[in-house]
Ligand binder design. Structure first.
Ligand code: BTN
Length: 286
């Protein structure tokens, strides 16, 4: 068995981010008030900031983390001018969808759970608020009928082996008109189109925060979302291509190991352990 030495969690290199004037940019926070009704979480959402427009909620959350914000902080924006996804991609951020980042201060063990916790929370939230049946594409894309409706981005800051904090960014397409975005129209979908019905964003949001809170509390007590995450993975058993930087491997995704790494049986029979990467079905782009 060959271990591909690619780390799933990288310390973030901090670039200078221009200061944001929260007082000017923050609205009267209608979403915050709406979701606070009926949300009883221990940690997630203990502080909830809602903006009309930011560059990326990841940057605002990182800045607040550097300033000492407590874990559980949620930064949500109606619109992002520089929303980002995995592998430096752009994240299309139209009004009416969910774009938020959550600050965690986890141990290394719990950090390993965050990817799984986040994807499972999105799936649970969609299931509880719609009639849809989402699945996960390894490691944390949420798809319905093969269309990506949600993505998760985990960025961490560490000093040595100590995790200072992790920011989990979650985007969920509620009513995004993907046809007006040719770059994603083949691969992305939105809940309202897939459900052929209106979807209440506040309900999805509230449920998402509740599920994150529940699963995070369990992880801190030594529990794991791995079994549920694994049962939702539709990548397993499929012939896939996995790309990482300039390299691509093709083979059959035979399973995941105890850390959630993808086991890929390549054509020469070798079993590779992929700790990170971009998966697409062979013959398709992701
Ligand atoms: C992916 O590539 O699938 C991850 C997408 C993550 C998008 C979310 S939207 C809220 C947060 N802010 C960002 O700039 N990105 C994440």
């Amino acid at each position: 068995m060959t271990l591909i030495p690619i780390a799933q969690y990288h310390p973030v290199v901090f670039h200078k981010i221009p200061p944001l004037n929260f007082v000017n940019k923050m609205t009267s926070n209608p979403v915050s008030q709406a979701i606070r009704k009926g949300i009883f979480t221990k940690t997630i959402g203990n502080r909830f900031l809602y903006y009309q427009e930011v560059g990326s909620t990841m940057d605002d959350t990182r800045r607040l983390a550097e300033e000492g914000a407590e874990e559980g902080l949620v930064v949500m924006a109606e619109h992002q001018t520089s929303g980002r996804g995995r592998f430096g991609r752009n994240w299309v951020s139209g009004s009416g969808n969910i774009h938020l980042s959550v600050l965690f201060r986890p141990t290394l063990e719990v950090l390993r759970e965050l990817t799984m916790i986040s994807a499972v929370s999105v799936v649970r939230a969609i299931r509880k608020t719609t009639a849809l049946d989402p699945r996960i594409k390894w490691p944390n894309d949420v798809l319905i009928g093969g269309k990506k409706v949600s993505g998760v981005l985990v960025e961490t800051a560490a000093s040595g082996t100590e995790i200072s904090y992790a920011v989990v960014g979650i985007g969920i397409n509620i009513g995004l008109d993907t046809t007006s975005h040719p770059e994603i129209s083949d691969i992305a979908g939105c809940l309202e189109d897939l459900a052929s019905a209106p979807v209440a964003r506040d309900e999805v949001l509230r449920q998402l925060l509740i599920e994150l809170d529940t699963l995070y509390a369990q992880a801190r007590e030594g529990g794991s979302a791995r079994e549920e995450w694994q049962s939702l993975l539709d990548t397993i058993g499929q012939r896939v291509m996995v790309s990482w930087r300039d390299e691509t491997w093709e083979g059959v995704a035979v399973g995941v190991d105890s850390s959630g790494n993808l086991m890929l049986r390549v054509d020469n029979g070798e079993l590779l352990t992929m700790t990170a990467g971009d998966v697409s079905l062979s013959g398709q782009t992701s």
